[in-house]
Design a protein around this ligand. Structure first.
Ligand SMILES: Cc1cc2nc3c(=O)[nH]c(=O)nc-3n(C[C@H](O)[C@H](O)[C@H](O)COP(=O)(O)OP(=O)(O)OC[C@H]3O[C@@H](n4cnc5c(N)ncnc54)[C@H](O)[C@@H]3O)c2cc1C
Length: 461
């Protein structure tokens, strides 16, 4: 699609203006720019970030990158294939592969998010149709009818205030988005915090797997992010960020005693480095308000607990969906058609992300519940469909919400049977399991399920 802008001599007129060259913004730029769409890509910072977010791509995310022809962006920076998950509970452990039988179709990838993002940005910015802008956007401009016509930003180096005009402004400015209030009724809540450490030269019990530890009072996970580094993410429950002293105390009392022996040395080294990073974990169901000339993408629109590594599965799926609708237009000049496409994108993305969103917060709820987490461990250990179904949901490869609900209640049922078997009079705990299971799943189902979740195509490959 090669569309002349309104004023080809004035670089301030664009088809699309993207606020935030993060995972969502840079990826949609990299996908659309080679198609000749004139894009202004604005970010306040283009240097490589050191973050603990977005370091494990589930196979669903990898598949969507492949669909967009962008899988080459995973190469050349020591990213690691991830073949599945391992669950560890005291002295018991077992792996679950993403692929069933002899298939090798689906892998996840563990990586340094900062390196990956730089690759995506580089790939986007090599296109002539993109203009890179270094600045902080502070306002959406609108005309007298309330149609968004572009953005105002403060340029980083000159501190000048400038404007960019575009037919479509995409707000992909991440989880502290400044434009959420203009384009959604979203309400975000902090579920917990993740404390991140890097373990160096650590031999994992199951190499090239994500590891989930269930024996500790709060869950923690780890996965490779390069050939020599493993990311350890430790949950810190509650809505208040841990203070420096709380972090050490939490790790030493709630994590260290539950680490396998092969971790002890690299863990001690990581503690000595004292380089902890802390991030809030949000839940924010998408409640977009349709507005002409603007659309939301990425964490600005929708967030879920990162325990399942589902964020980028949702982000890339949204990038692909929005792009498919935009690319179906002959050009960006028909504002009514553009508006219809934005509406379709918001509708379609519900189905695409239902399972990713429910799975993330339901699993976090289950893993933070002493009774249910023992049930999930036993259930998955049975193998066959009981591990194959849940891993396809976790991987972001299966979008069938009926399957998710079936496995969720099967876990609760297993817990009930186990309790009843031990002691038939264990009624308080049996009622507690039923109540806890409903309290976890009901609000998620209300927020995330739509009629379309049940009848649309359920595989994403
Ligand atoms: C602790 C944690 C761990 C996670 N781990 C995983 C994982 O393992 N796997 C996974 O798939 N997902 C994970 N996620 C989720 C995933 O990282 C996010 O879904 C993803 O990064 C969102 O991308 P984004 O583009 O919306 O936001 P970001 O990548 O944060 O990008 C936002 C961009 O906007 C820019 N910006 C912000 N405001 C402005 C402004 N006013 N003007 C100009 N630019 C601006 C910022 O500089 C930034 O570059 C994790 C999340 C958390 C919190």
């Amino acid at each position: 699609m090669n569309i002349p802008s309104e004023d080809t001599e004035d670089n301030e007129f664009y088809d699309i203006c993207i606020i935030g060259a993060g995972m969502a913004g840079a990826t949609i730029a990299a996908y659309l720019a080679p198609k000749g769409i004139k894009i202004a890509l604005i970010d306040r910072e283009y240097t490589e970030k050191q973050r603990i977010v977005g370091e494990l791509l589930q196979p669903g995310a990898v598949q969507t990158l492949k669909k967009m022809g962008l899988e080459h962006l995973l190469e050349g920076f020591d990213a690691q294939p991830v073949y599945g998950y391992a669950l560890l509970n005291n002295d018991k452990k077992f792996p679950i592969a993403y692929n069933q039988g002899d298939s090798t179709d689906f892998n996840g990838v563990g990586l340094h998010n900062g390196r990956f993002l730089q690759k995506i940005r580089e790939d986007a910015l090599k296109n002539d149709s993109i203009t890179q802008i270094h600045g902080t956007v502070y306002e959406l401009m609108e005309d007298s009818k309330g149609v968004v016509t572009g953005v105002k930003y403060r340029e980083k180096h000159t501190r000048d205030v400038k404007a960019v005009k575009a037919k479509l402004s995409i707000t992909s400015d991440g989880f502290f988005s400044s434009f959420r209030k203009d384009l959604s009724n979203n309400v975000k809540t902090v579920t917990s915090f993740f404390i991140g450490l890097v373990l160096k030269d650590c031999v994992l019990p199951y190499p090239n797997h994500g590891h989930v530890f269930l024996s500790a009072p709060t869950p923690f996970v780890c996965y490779p992010i390069s050939s020599t580094e493993t990311r350890l993410l430790i949950d810190f429950p509650g809505k208040k960020a841990p203070k420096k002293d709380d972090i050490r105390e939490h790790i030493l009392t709630k994590v260290a005693p539950f680490l396998p022996n092969e971790f002890k040395e690299c863990f001690a080294n990581a503690m000595a480095e004292n380089n902890f990073k802390v991030m809030p974990n949000h839940y924010m169901p998408a409640k977009p308000v349709l507005r002409e000339g603007a659309v939301m993408l990425g964490d600005a629109l929708n967030m879920r607990h990162p325990i399942t590594g589902g964020g980028l599965t949702a982000v890339f799926s949204d990038v692909y969906l929005l792009s498919s609708h935009l690319l179906a237009m002959p050009d960006f000049n028909d504002s009514k058609l553009l508006h219809e496409k934005l509406e379709l994108y918001y509708q379609d993305r519900y189905h695409a992300n239902t399972n990713v969103n429910i799975m993330a917060n339901a699993l976090y709820g289950v893993m933070s519940n002493d009774l249910l987490k023992q049930g999930v461990f036993e259930y998955l250990r049975k193998g066959g469909d009981k591990s194959g179904g849940p891993i396809s949901l976790l991987a972001g490869l299966n979008r069938n919400p009926t399957l998710l609900i079936k496995h969720f209640f099967s876990v609760a049922w297993l817990c009930i049977c186990n309790l009843a078997e031990k002691n038939k009079m264990n009624l308080p705990n049996i009622f507690k399991i039923i109540k806890d299971a409903f309290c976890i799943i009901a609000p998620l189902a209300v927020n995330e399920l739509r009629p379309s979740s049940f009848y649309k195509k359920n595989t994403q490959h």
